[in-house]
Write a protein that binds this ligand. Structure first.
Ligand code: APR
Ligand code: MG
Length: 230
């Protein structure tokens, strides 16, 4: 059972997944469903933070227009394009490069949260992952700012996922404690494990720390809220 499925089973009231995961073929057979495709683009890197902390992998996410972290991609129109063509088109809009995505890059498909749209039709979320060369990732980061039509509008900026923990216990744990769209945090965690980008032990530690960081954030928010009540 995937992490996404386990989470959906444990917290149906949060995600309101209709029935969790489905195969790509089952998803395509759904008449009247809407489809959205997102992708985790990543590479290896030998670069180091402060010349001593190995960065290991560059994983691209984005700050969305709604203030949430998510993966690049978006809604696909199956009457005009395949899932993968639609995803490449969305990538051109959001990162300025139409990175070709193939069926073999498909990771999983699942029902989206029922509340994600005013439309009554089910939204099916298709998730992909594609490993690129470091130079390609650097090109994408440049074009996302200089060429992408959606920059500053639907996409407020691309961000890298820090995979390290600093001595002060920050890094991946802080990143994971932010707010994500839908199940993007679970998709990230699932892919980190699935592609061996971090050990389960380190990820467990970072997630445990993220829970604590989240409590600090809640406290911080209450203090900020108090400033508006004077
Ligand atoms: N998990 C669950 N849902 C997700 C995820 C995810 N990881 N990523 C995106 N979604 C949902 C979004 O909430 C949205 O409802 O998938 C849908 C489409 O994804 P977007 O990337 O937001 O779509 P895009 O086509 O890029 O942008 C269109 O413009 O009209 C607005 O609100 C509309 O979000 C939509 C945006
Ligand atoms: Mg999008």
């Amino acid at each position: 059972m995937s992490i996404t499925q386990r989470f959906a089973n444990s917290f149906p009231h949060i995600l309101k997944m209709a029935s969790g995961q489905l195969s790509r073929a089952e998803a395509l057979a759904c008449k009247g469903c809407r489809h959205a495709c997102h992708v985790m683009l990543y590479s290896d890197t030998r670069s180091q933070l402060f010349g001593r902390i190995p960065i290991r992998h560059i994983i691209l996410m984005q700050m969305r227009f709604d203030g949430l972290l998510g993966f690049p991609g978006g809604l696909v129109t199956l009457s005009k394009e395949t899932l993968e063509e639609g995803l490449s088109r969305e990538l051109l809009e959001e990162i300025g490069v139409a990175v070709p995505i193939a069926e073999e890059n498909h990771v999983e498909s699942c029902y989206g949260p029922a509340s994600s749209s005013s439309s009554s039709s089910h939204l099916i979320l298709h998730f992909y992952a594609k490993k690129l060369e470091e130079e390609q990732i650097l090109d994408i980061e440049h074009s996302a700012v200089s060429k992408a039509a959606d920059h500053g509008h639907e996409v407020l900026g691309m961000v890298r996922v820090p995979l390290y923990q600093t001595q002060g216990g920050r890094g991946l744990s802080s990143f994971l404690s932010h707010s994500f769209i839908g199940n993007a945090r679970l998709q990230l965690v699932d892919c980190l494990l699935r592609f061996g980008l971090i050990s389960a032990k380190h990820l467990h530690k970072a997630l445990s720390q993220a829970v604590e960081t989240h409590k600090d954030t809640a406290q911080d928010l209450k203090l900020a809220l108090a400033l508006t009540q004077k």
